[in-house]
Design a protein around this ligand. Structure first.
Ligand code: ZN
Length: 338
């Protein structure tokens, strides 16, 4: 009961990348960088194991950003001439590459870190990939001229990598779709279908993560405009409940999305966010257990997985580590009480 996992990313050691920021530049290059990424992957797994987490991941130590890490191995994208676009409905600006030709996965993306992680943990291994709709929202396009066609082209590339990750021994593949909370109508009209394309043929557990973003200023400012009650999930959960995905990862701790909306995810495992990644205040095990217990009113207890609200990439390392410990201890506390 109440197994534990993380949404995806962990902060990187300062010898690997500049700390405390998103899109942090690497501190090494070439073969040294490749080796350092694997060393950091090992550390990330060890920290999760020591915190008592049941499903561990690579902490996304090998990618600079959760979207562009994947894109770097997709042919048909021009990375040389980045352009500035507004992403997540203009919530913030980002320098992004441009799709200039037909997309095709050029070899493997995450093979080294997936295999390294698999070789060094006996726990269940989770791996994250960006979702097609979120990719489409984080790139410029001069070739397809249609967001849906572009999303399905990316879904094919994602599917090829996902199938290979499954062969590497990955137990859970999660697609990150923060854009679902921004474009709710698109999410239900084609976003979930694009995810179905991405998970086609997989027999491992599949998940989708939908959140209100990292704890960076642009997101905090955006959340402040959403009013006293966030009801975005209400528009997409019924379609997700009807989808072929196994798990849905959502933000709960300190979120203004009503917990009662979780009842719309009937039949799915719910990764309940019990750790706020937008605050440096470390949760107590008591608070973690309380969030799990609040979720139990709306989700059968055997379907609850305790998780973080989102990735922890831009956080301070010591704080992220303390939050991992709180996650493990809080879930244990909730288990003991029941
Ligand atoms: Zn997230």
């Amino acid at each position: 009961m109440f197994p534990t996992t993380i949404a995806g990313s962990l902060p990187k050691p300062s010898w690997l990348a500049e700390p405390d920021r998103l899109w942090a530049p690497w501190r090494l290059s070439g073969a040294e960088l490749a080796a350092a990424k694997l060393d950091a992957t090992l550390l990330a797994i060890k920290l999760q194991e020591d915190a008592g987490l049941d499903m561990v991941g690579d902490g996304e130590q090998s990618r600079q950003h959760f979207v562009h890490g994947f894109l770097e191995r997709v042919a048909g994208i021009d990375f040389e001439h980045k352009v500035e676009i507004g992403i997540r409905n203009n919530r913030y600006k980002a320098m992004v590459p441009t799709v200039t030709g037909a997309l095709r996965l050029d070899g493997r993306v995450h093979e080294p870190e997936a295999r390294h992680a698999r070789a060094h943990t006996t726990r269940k291994l989770k791996f994250t990939l960006p979702g097609p709709m979120t990719i489409v929202d984080t790139i410029a396009d001069q070739h397809y001229g249609d967001r849906v066609k572009l999303a399905f082209a990316f879904a094919d590339a994602l599917n090829a990598e996902a199938r290979a990750l499954e062969r590497d021994g990955v137990d859970v593949i999660q697609f990150d779709e923060p854009a679902f909370n921004v474009y709710m109508e698109d999410a239900t009209s084609w976003g979930i279908e694009a995810l179905h394309r991405a998970i086609d043929g997989l027999s491992c557990t599949t998940a989708v993560h939908i959140c209100y973003g990292y704890g960076i200023k642009a997101n905090l400012d955006w959340k402040a405009t959403l009013g006293g009650e966030w009801r975005q999930y209400e528009k997409i959960f019924p379609a997700l409940a009807a989808s072929r995905l196994d798990q849905v990862s959502v933000e709960c701790r300190n979120a203004k999305a009503p917990m009662s909306l979780l009842s719309l995810l009937e039949g799915k495992d719910v990764l309940v966010g019990v750790i706020d990644v937008a605050s440096d205040e470390v949760e107590t095990p008591e608070q973690v257990a309380a969030t799990i217990e609040a979720a139990m009113k709306y989700v059968p207890k055997q379907r609850i997985v305790a998780c973080t609200n989102c990735g922890m990439a831009p956080m301070r390392r010591d704080i992220a580590q303390a939050k991992l410990a709180a996650l493990g201890k809080g879930a244990a506390l909730a288990r003991a009480r029941l």
